[in-house]
Write a protein that binds this ligand. Sequence first.
Ligand SMILES: Cc1cc2nc3c(=O)[nH]c(=O)nc-3n(C[C@H](O)[C@H](O)[C@H](O)COP(=O)(O)OP(=O)(O)OC[C@H]3O[C@@H](n4cnc5c(N)ncnc54)[C@H](O)[C@@H]3O)c2cc1C
Length: 558
Amino acid sequence: MPNPDERAPRPVLLTVDDDPSVSRAVARDLRRRYASSYRILRADSGPAGLDAIREVVLRGEQVAVILADYRMPGMSGIDFLEQAMDLVPHARRALLTAYADTSAAIAAINVVDVDHYLLKPWEPPEEKLYPVIDDLLAAWERDGHAAERKIKILGHPWSAPSYEVRDFLARNLVPYRWYNVAEPEGQRIMAAAGATPDDIPVVITSDGDPLIRPALAELANAVGLATMPAEEFYDLVIVGAGPAGLGAAVYGASEGLRTVIIERAAAGGQAGQSSRIENYLGFPDGVSGGQLTDRARRQALRLGAELITARTAVGLEVQGPARRVVFDDGTSVLTKTVLLATGVSYRQLAAGGLADLVGRGVYYGSASTQAASCAGDHVIIVGGANSAGQAAVFFSRHAAKVTLAVRGDSLEKSMSSYLIEQIANIDTVEVRVNTQVEQVMGNGHLECVTLVDTRTAEPQNVDCGHLFVFIGAAPLTDWLPPQLDRDAAGFVRTGPDLVLDGRRPAGWDLDRDPYLLESSIPGVFVAGDVRSESVKRVASAVGEGALAVTLVHRYLAE
Ligand SMILES: Cc1cc2nc3c(=O)[nH]c(=O)nc-3n(C[C@H](O)[C@H](O)[C@H](O)COP(=O)(O)OP(=O)(O)OC[C@H]3O[C@@H](n4cnc5c(N)ncnc54)[C@H](O)[C@@H]3O)c2cc1C
């Protein structure tokens, strides 16, 4: 039996240039030095380059570095790299430019966050090309993507636990190779691991250890994500690593507070699942949520914050001046202050047959790991807000047809006009207003959905393999103690909302009113979507996270 690791494919170096002689020359030079460890691919245009990347990604392989010519007809190198970033956010990127184009290329570099630009010609490559590529590869490997590439997931496309494992690793930006156990290669690796198809999902770590149906915390540990706080006592414990939590971590850690973030799933929160955020300040061409929040995560870590993943906070206790945050495994951490930044979660869709098909064709949120399997399929997206609109645009690139099922009578009330316009320009996206999902059906996985027109009550069965739910926003705050004041919907009240007719909240024992973002428990602050009356936006969540840290300092100085 061959060792499966020996078959691990080489990561790809992709070069994209419309000039055949330049393209050949780049590929030749790259091959000379890198062919033993990397596969060199060539494409003669931006669209061909994107197709090549899609193919690599679909095969579960990796793109390490992309070299793109700046000036190409049709799609420029900048446009190409921008789209390539959505597909392979970790690939390092360089632009090839002629001397005359240097200024324009440099100006464009911020748009796509290019790592280097290379002037043509680059002779001799030993001096001008290889040092740059060596740097890019070193950075790619330093980020851990090369080392982690051998993680394998063996599972079935319609198994909910297999989906959960894939989604967890994908959202935590841990690259893996996916093997379907219904296919010969999956079966071979499964046998080599000494496991059977009943054991799925099986994760084979980069050290070759098979994990049978791992719990997320076990999996997180195995792939090198921290799951336990390093210290016993902190200045600031942040619950939730969405934009609010990450924003607070950046300021808290950089201002000298011992700061730890506790995250149940993956850093990024809802924003990390957004395929394109168009309205965040400083990104005139939009940015994928994954990229924005990955940068924020790295920034917070670099500045000294700790990030604990796969741990859910299930309790908050007051112990004199200290606060204790309890985790789902019974362990806990002590801290002087707490920031609740737990955001909101999607509401459950009330449709018949749903419980059996979640993770088997029905998904909450955008489930980008499923994008490839939507090829040629009819996808239904439920919801009428921006998140649903972004998903419609995203999945239209993969699916044959996308139906946006909207309960209201128009999109205008709930979706930004730029998205409505984008959707109107995509032929394969159909918007159905006054529409509800009544029933989902399928044998082992989703096959058919009953949509009902709420004006006529007329049902219609639609063949469909994937349904993504983007409805509502429920704060999951049941775990918080009763003295933490919440509004009727469960959002946590803060600051002036807690002082009614001059009366401070019950149990409040300080000689001052609660600070602007402080809850009814002194030293427990709240930021982002989970806060009562907050604005549900990335920018406001980040801003509140930053402001909360200022208030933490004020509290600690008392
Ligand atoms: C698909 C989509 C697209 C969007 N597009 C845009 C856009 O274009 N522009 C814009 O401004 N806004 C957009 N939004 C809204 C924006 O993402 C949110 O307003 C923002 O993410 C809120 O940040 P937050 O940190 O408050 O909460 P969240 O992003 O919800 O993060 C909360 C985090 O807390 C974690 N958590 C929850 N409970 C616990 C617990 N008990 N223990 C540990 N961890 C916990 C969650 O796992 C999550 O990671 C979009 C939202 C979605 C879903």
